[in-house]
Ligand binder design. Structure first.
Ligand code: CP
Ligand code: NVA
Length: 315
């Protein structure tokens, strides 16, 4: 067993957005530079010979494309791995998979059903593990989302409010923790049975307290929209929650970003969504096709923000 392969999480793992709390400002600045380079088609190939393993237990459009393209642009290589084609799907353990992949690659991006498996992979890998979404967090999404707001608000978070409407899920958790870290006021409206877990709330509240910002969860979308500079939503039924679809459809009725809700927010407020969107459920066509330019920026910014994350963890 190598010295680092000792069953302890490593400093450069990105399992939670909080793992990046000291780095967020630097990541936004670097993502901006990387975005400018890519737009000019200027080479930025600092990763010659580096390789990223990408394990996807769930489908993906954005995360897969942006990580794979990020590695290619940086001069490295990414390999897509699906458990159904791996020995992992036939009973090879997560720990053994981690040890083997550590001998080939420089980092692993993992999209997992279970947070426990994410921690197990990070525990046994010698190389950095990046959470590409699990049932608790979606940290890379939150970095891209906060970068999108940082760009739009000229690097200033403290005088703004981000409001989230919908499920107290992985996307909300990372966004709320990230907002609290940068001192952005964060208000969420969730149905009573779908609030974020108390330990996530506590963590976010203590981070916000240190920054003098607020974190608040209410049940009324109209109340949450008041004072918002951006309204964010995510799907009502996340990957892995399909068995609860019927009850979720009933519980989330009304937790929708539509023109009436946007009208309750501050003048100039815009909609955000991590995508994929279920038009007509959590967000209307009218909003998606109207005041939602930020949504497409969020998707593009996954590429630039993740390059900055990869540079950080592989430096
Ligand atoms: N937002 C996001 O992670 O999208 P994908 O599921 O397409 O990767
Ligand atoms: N909350 C959603 C996000 C998809 C990117 C899910 O976990 O399916």
């Amino acid at each position: 067993m190598s010295e680092r392969n000792s069953g302890k999480p490593k400093e450069r793992d990105v399992i939670s957005i909080v793992d990046l709390s000291a780095d967020l400002e630097g990541l936004f600045k670097r993502a901006k530079e990387l975005k400018a380079l890519r737009r000019k088609h200027a080479p930025h190939r600092s990763f010659e010979g580096r390789a990223l393993a990408m394990i996807f237990e769930k489908p993906s459009t954005r995360t897969r494309s942006s990580f794979e393209l990020a590695m290619t642009d940086l001069g490295g290589h990414a390999v897509y791995l699906s458990p159904k084609d791996m020995q992992l799907g036939r009973g090879e353990t997560v720990a053994d998979t981690a040890r083997v992949l550590s001998r080939y690659y420089d980092a692993i991006m993992y999209r997992a059903f279970r947070h426990e498996d994410m921690l197990e992979l990070a525990k046994w890998a010698d190389i950095p593990v990046i959470n590409g979404l699990d049932d608790i967090e979606h940290p890379c999404q939150a970095v891209a989302d906060l970068f999108t707001l940082w760009e739009r608000w000229g690097g200033k978070f403290t005088s703004h409010q981000l409001t989230y409407i919908g499920d107290g899920n992985n996307v909300l958790n990372s966004l709320m923790l990230g907002a609290a870290t940068v001192g952005l006021n964060f208000v969420a409206a969730t149905p009573p049975a779908y609030k974020p877990k108390p330990w996530v709330m506590k963590r976010a509240e203590s981070l916000a307290l240190a920054k003098g910002s607020i974190v608040r969860v209410v049940t009324s979308p109209e109340e949450a929209a008041k004072g918002a500079d951006a309204l964010y939503t995510d799907v009502w039924v996340s990957m892995g929650d399909e068995a609860e679809e019927k009850q979720r459809m009933a519980a989330f009725k009304g937790y929708q970003i539509n023109a009436a809700l946007l009208a309750r927010a501050n003048p100039g407020a815009f909609a955000m969504h991590d995508l994929p969107a279920h038009r007509g459920l959590e967000i209307t066509d009218e909003v998606m096709d109207g005041t939602a330019e930020a949504i497409w920026d969020q998707a593009e910014n996954r590429l630039h923000a993740q390059k900055a994350i990869l540079e950080l963890v592989l430096s």
